[in-house]
Design a protein around this ligand. Structure first.
Ligand code: ADP
Ligand code: MG
Length: 159
């Protein structure tokens, strides 16, 4: 996705996302780079596009544009794939009750597969160090801004 050498040098990449389709394209680019053991942390306020990003990631990752991806607001986690495919866990931790609940939900085991996490500030000490952090922020109308941090070996490919 183009070259932003100075930004990747400083360890982050910033993009304007003028519409939902551009958020989808970025999520698909992240999906192409994702591998087992990865954690993708989705930061940003309500309505910023965290679930929209996760949905586009999952559809691209599994090559299924019709894949149903409900928001895990109430279930806290939804699982995709497995049975011969990679497994991807989509967490929404807004309503999580604390670290014990997180462990009971199987968060640590899930780190052996691929995890997408909305509201990752809830992870506390369980926050993985080697994650890609995707920070979405609201701008006018449908516009969003995104800052990507982490994945020093791959960030350049998202610039
Ligand atoms: P969150 O999970 O961060 O609360 P959602 O993804 O559920 O946010 O909601 C984002 C809303 O904003 C959706 O209704 C989506 O259609 C809309 N939207 C508009 N423009 C964009 C954009 N550029 N990127 C992502 N979502 C967008
Ligand atoms: Mg959400």
């Amino acid at each position: 996705m183009g070259g932003h050498f100075p930004e990747t040098l400083s360890g982050s990449v910033v993009h304007d996302l003028p519409d939902e389709a551009s958020t989808g394209r970025l999520a698909a680019a992240v999906a192409r780079l994702a591998r087992v053991g990865d954690a993708i942390l989705l930061e940003g306020p309500l309505g910023a596009g965290k679930t929209t990003f996760a949905r586009a990631f999952l559809r691209a990752f599994f090559g299924d544009p019709l894949l149903e991806v409900p928001s895990p607001t109430f279930t806290l986690v939804q699982t995709y794939g497995g049975l011969g495919q990679a497994r991807v866990y989509h967490f929404d931790l807004w309503r999580i009750e604390g670290p014990t609940a997180l462990v009971e939900l199987g968060f640590e085991e899930a780190l052996g597969d691929i995890v997408l996490v909305e509201w990752p500030d809830r992870l506390g000490e369980l926050r993985p160090e080697r994650a890609l952090t995707v920070s979405l922020s609201l701008a006018e109308g449908d516009r969003r801004r995104v800052m990507l941090e982490g994945w020093p070996d791959r960030l350049e490919e998202l610039a």
